[in-house]
Design a protein around this ligand. Structure first.
Ligand code: ADP
Length: 373
């Protein structure tokens, strides 16, 4: 039986393990918190630091393959493991490009993929020389996530909000729609695409709020989205599962924002709403099975359940019984013991042929199911 490890033990690891239970595979997880969401669902749990060379190397060396649920991994250890024959999904070379926004933007540019124009700034002084480039978005090269490390800079006065560290200054795109396209690619280079999802954000938390699948976009735009996403993924020359986030403007122009080289928040609805979920698909890739069917069974909306503002501590869910009574809602709570404002605690997927029904039930879920302390 194949031995496959997951670096990081959050909700993505947890849902990967739920899908792994269907296959002949022995699962391993490494993460520093033994109480993390994935810890009790794997066959073998190791406490360790995913940023530490020795911890990652020692964890990976007896395994057939490794995957990640977060980009911030010790890449040198992954490279050594790869050179010794351990398969890594995605390849360490991809992680190196993606986890640094400067390198990621240069990758899109050098492969002629449409992405907002940018310049590199190394400190605040360099930023302040770029008044002519505004309006723009300043993005920390390394270490940002979930909107932290991103500042919109429209005017000279906003420049003080910028980063005094290496960063990308990117042209502000007038966003009409924000979408994500998931692509799976196997060892042979065969690819499958999921229908793109459309994301709606909470302007206060800057965190994914709910998402509709399939995205409502014109066919001519869909073709561009699919072609661009395929090109982004193929040029990485790595098997795995990828979520390519893109912006669409009112003219139907498509811009790549960023790529996640792993299972992703934008694919959670695929657990119930699609024949093969993103988690099922990644196991198919890693275990060498045929790629799955990405078609949707029904349209869906996915709502993130995040920690309520003003509450920190041991989580208590309000409204759970009421949401469990909704007969087209699928509830996922991630088993995190502590809540804090904005923390991803779970998600709910609603499925229906009717868009009005999707919107109605998702609003109900958002109002009803609350993570408090
Ligand atoms: P993170 O990696 O932290 O999720 P993103 O690069 O996805 O950061 O940016 C967070 C959000 O900021 C995006 O979802 C989008 O709404 C907005 N944003 C990012 N880049 C641009 C841009 N060039 N123009 C307009 N809005 C942008």
């Amino acid at each position: 039986m194949q031995k496959i490890g997951i670096l990081g033990g959050g909700q993505l690891g947890r849902m990967l393990l739920q899908a792994a239970a269907n296959y002949p595979v022995e699962t391993f997880v490494m993460e520093n918190d033994p109480g993390c969401p994935a810890a009790h669902l794997c066959h073998h749990f190791t406490s360790g630091d995913i940023k530490n060379f020795d911890d990652v190397y020692n964890f990976g060396k007896g395994l057939h393959a490794l995957t990640i649920e977060i980009e911030n991994i010790n890449v040198e250890a992954l490279e050594k493991l790869e050179s010794e024959g351990v398969k890594i999904y995605p390849r360490p070379s991809v992680l190196k490009t993606i986890r640094n926004k400067i390198l990621q933007k240069e990758y899109y540019k050098s492969h002629d993929m449409p992405s907002a124009g940018f310049i590199i700034t190394n400190n605040l002084n360099e930023l302040k020389e770029q008044e002519d480039f505004l309006p723009a978005v300043h993005k920390l090269a390394e270490g940002g996530y979930d909107g932290k490390g991103v500042q919109i800079i429209k005017t000279k006065q906003d420049m003080d909000k910028g980063f005094d560290m290496p960063a990308v200054l990117e042209k502000l795109v007038p966003i009409y729609k924000e979408i994500a396209q998931m692509v799976a690619i196997n060892e042979k280079g065969d690819t499958v695409l999921y229908p793109p999802v459309e994301m709606v954000f909470d302007p206060h938390l800057n965190l994914l709020d709910f998402q509709i699948c399939p995205a409502e976009i014109e066919t001519r735009v869909l073709w561009k989205v699919e072609a661009i996403a395929l090109s982004v993924v193929r040029n990485f020359k790595s098997p795995g599962l990828f979520a390519v986030e893109m912006f669409i403007n009112r003219d139907g122009d498509v811009f790549v924002n960023e790529t996640a080289p792993r299972v992703h928040n934008s694919g959670h609805h695929t657990i119930e709403a699609h024949y093969s979920s993103q988690f099922d698909m990644l196991w198919r890739v890693m275990l060498g099975y045929p790629l799955g069917n990405t078609e949707h069974i029904l349209p869906s909306i996915m709502v993130n359940i995040v920690g309520e503002n003003g509450y920190s501590g041991d989580v208590k869910y309000e409204g759970l019984d009421e949401v469990l009574k909704i007969d087209n809602a699928f509830v996922h709570l991630y088993g995190k013991k502590q809540t804090k404002p904005g923390r991803k605690m779970g998600h709910v997927t609603i499925m229906s042929r009717e868009k009005q029904e999707l919107l109605h039930q998702s609003n109900k879920v958002k109002r009803t199911l609350l993570a408090k302390a």
